[in-house]
Design a protein around this ligand. Structure first.
Ligand code: PMP
Length: 441
């Protein structure tokens, strides 16, 4: 049957009809273990009773009241609890409907901040070449994914890109991980100086790179050096935790593990956990204070921002993560997943790297482990893994990409925080069979 949904032409996809914990059931009754939470979304699985009850309860009271006229208890409570658990300095929350919107808001907030404090010449945004920040034009301009940017290049605002921190491919022979991190972090300072520090507004980065790389954390010391450089030059640090935030890596904010606090941070996927479309931009009291005592308000807004149903879902998800001690569970299950991946693929001739934090893990597939040479892109290995995994009854998130001349196929894993040890075994077993099927095809 031809689908009338744009983007769903020839490829017939199964219709998902039911969610049961870590599983999605399709119309034919087939069960899929959700090993990636879709795209790192479904952190509580698919049938959480508390989140469903919170949404029903809000719906029974009121579904929508425009933020130009009203706030809601759900939005206020969500913001309070996010701030209470946020890195130092973060004091305000702006609720949106997803990740791209949160990133757009972050970029605009940075710009307004500098206008308010009398530095209108600060307009440049610096990002990293290996990054994805969303598909709307501002967020796409920030992202470094060449393939996603290519068609829209003439429409994108100028953004400057520096090297990612990607130890597996770019740490040099004999260089320590720490020295490597300092070297690539210093590229930010070189770029700030090249542009003229007085013209640079912000630097944006994912603490653990998701979609474009498959769960790549920075090496120890990298982000502390980034923070120092930003502070020295008065550049705002925006951390995009749309994918890696909300407990995915074992701490509520991924950057806690890097020992830094951002000026602005974005959340989305795990915040709604798939139960509602919601994103959040959090900023420091200092930024908001400058705006409050200047023109008075952030000049931004969407009809649906702060939607009460989405806020109720987000609050229930946050409560679940904090009150059920799920962060502890993410760390423990994350270690179990890492051990299972190492046992299954540590000696695999075509698995070059196994990486990540918490329940955010990636494996990279290579033609040759010794030289780290990737497979010919024409082989479309990642697409074959995705298809083979679906046939096995597993959802995982494979992708391919190139950064600074190094190409890679990777598989991103981001299972629900409620995954059991047995289900980790099932995930890794199915993934192994899917990879071998794809390699043999
Ligand atoms: N930032 C990051 C780090 C992401 O991974 C994504 C989504 N993959 C986005 C932003 C955009 O989020 P959304 O798709 O909800 O607009």
């Amino acid at each position: 049957m031809t689908s009338r949904i744009l983007g769903r032409g020839a490829a017939a996809l199964p219709a998902a009809v039911r969610g049961e914990g870590c599983y999605i059931v399709d119309e034919a009754g087939r069960r899929y273990l959700d090993g990636s939470g879709g795209a790192a979304v479904s952190c509580l699985g698919h049938s959480d009773p508390d989140v469903r009850a919170a949404i029903h309860d809000q719906l029974d009271r009121i579904a929508f009241a425009h933020t130009g006229f009203f706030t809601s208890k759900a939005a206020e409570e969500l913001a309070d609890r996010l701030v209470a658990n946020a890195p130092e300095g973060i004091g305000k929350v702006y609720l949106l409907s997803g990740g791209s919107e949160a990133v757009e808001a972050a970029i605009k907030l940075a710009r307004q901040y500098y206008l308010e404090i009398g530095q209108p010449e600060r307009r440049h945004l610096i990002a990293r070449r290996q990054s994805y920040h969303g598909n709307t034009l501002g967020a796409l301009a920030a992202g470094g994914n060449a393939w996603r940017r290519e068609k829209y290049q003439p429409l994108l605002v100028e953004t400057h890109h520096v090297a990612p921190c990607f130890e597996y491919h770019f740490r040099e022979e004999g260089e320590s991980a720490f020295d490597y991190g300092q070297r690539v972090a210093n590229e930010l300072e070189t770029e700030i100086e090249r542009l003229g520090a007085e013209t640079v507004m912000a630097f944006i980065a994912e603490p653990v790179v998701g979609a474009t790389a498959g769960a790549v954390p920075a090496v120890d010391g990298y982000f502390r050096r980034i923070r120092e450089i930003c502070d020295r030059h008065g550049v705002l640090l925006i951390l995009d935790e749309v994918m890696c935030g909300m407990g995915r890596t074992g701490t509520l904010f991924a950057c806690e593990q890097d020992g830094i606090a951002p000026d602005i941070v974005t959340f989305a996927k795990g915040l709604g956990a798939g139960y509602a479309p919601i994103g959040a931009m959090l900023c420091s009291d200092e930024i908001y204070g400058a705006i409050a005592s200047g023109s008075g308000s952030f000049q931004h807004g969407h009809t649906y921002h702060g939607h009460p149903l989405a806020a109720a879902a987000g609050k229930a998800v946050l409560d679940a993560i904090l009150d059920r001690d799920l962060l502890h569970r993410v760390r423990a299950r994350g270690e179990a997943l890492e051990a299972a991946l190492n046992a299954a693929f540590g000696q695999h001739p075509h698995v070059g790297d196994i990486r990540g934090r918490g329940l955010f893990r990636g494996i990279e597939l290579v033609e040759d482990r010794a030289t780290k040479t990737s497979f010919d892109p024409a082989r479309k290995l990642h697409a074959k893994i995705k298809a083979a995994a679906m046939a096995e009854g597993l959802i995982c998130y494979p992708a391919g990409g190139t950064v600074d001349g190094r190409r890679g196929d990777h598989v991103l894993l981001a299972p629900p925080f409620i995954i059991t040890e047995d289900q980790i075994g099932e995930l890794v077993g199915k993934l192994g069979r899917a990879i071998d099927t794809a390699l043999a095809a």
